[in-house]
Design a protein around this ligand. Structure first.
Ligand SMILES: [Zn+2]
Length: 239
């Protein structure tokens, strides 16, 4: 092997490792999209809860108004009866009934006022929840746009690297490329590693004197006897 082939292979490896990273990032994008979308879900649930509480209060108020209407109708009926009664006693009894109804009406109307007071708060709750949902949706949209942009960049880089690596592969010995690609697809990490301080840069095992000798002679590709990765002396490429 020569320094040029080594440099070419290292460049190819650099491109391929970047390619692997990009691929992993692209695979993670749907999950990131889901997670971004889920961020507005709690705001949506908050708005639903606020609306439900408001509707329940409105129904309560309507029920109180219905009760008041009923009491007023009863009073009207008693008044009609009063015109028909013959004795003072019966008249007083009806007056008593009317007084009771009027008292009940006052109680219901007080209750209605109280409910009306809380209604305003509940309306404010709905408005606030709506505002929060709008903000959450806006933030989600911003992040989704960013994610789409990132995906475009990843795709562009991916395609660019694919072209570059084709050209690099064409320069290399096909047999070497085959071994390199086999390692890359099974291990998804570097196949060509530096030998540093007599240690393999891939598996970090101490290299044998024979391996170091072969490496220094630099006449052929020298594999690590432990992990099978190809070794190179960093001095070879700095020259
Ligand atoms: Zn090794």
């Amino acid at each position: 092997m020569n320094a040029n082939a080594l440099k070419t292979l290292l460049r190819l490896q650099e491109q391929d490792l970047t390619l692997l990273q990009l691929k992993k990032e692209a695979q993670g994008i749907p999950a990131r999209r889901e997670s971004i979308l889920s961020r507005s879900a709690s705001a949506e649930a908050g708005l639903e809860a606020a609306k439900t509480a408001l509707r329940a209060r409105e129904a309560e108020i309507k029920a109180v108004e219905g009760a008041v209407e009923g009491l007023k109708e009863r009073i009207t009926r008693y008044r009609v009866q009063e015109m028909e009664v013959k004795t003072n006693e019966s008249y007083r009894a009806l007056e008593q009934e009317i007084a009771t109804c009027e008292q009940e009406i006052r109680t219901e109307e007080d209750r209605e006022l109280e409910l009306m007071d809380t209604l305003e708060d509940l309306q404010k709750d709905v408005a606030r929840a709506q505002k929060e949902l709008n903000a959450a949706k806006e933030a989600v949209q911003v992040d989704l746009t960013r994610l789409d942009e990132r995906m475009d960049t990843v795709r562009e880089q991916f395609n660019g690297i694919k072209q570059t690596r084709e050209a690099l592969i064409a320069e290399l010995d096909p047999e070497l490329v085959k071994r390199y690609l086999a390692h890359l697809s099974s291990k998804e990490d570097a196949y060509v590693v530096p030998a540093k301080q007599q240690t393999c840069g891939g598996c970090h095992m101490k290299l044998s004197p024979q391996t170091l000798h072969d490496l220094n002679a630099a006449v052929k590709w020298t594999p690590c006897t432990f992990c099978g990765r190809l070794l190179y002396d960093p001095a070879q490429i700095s020259a």
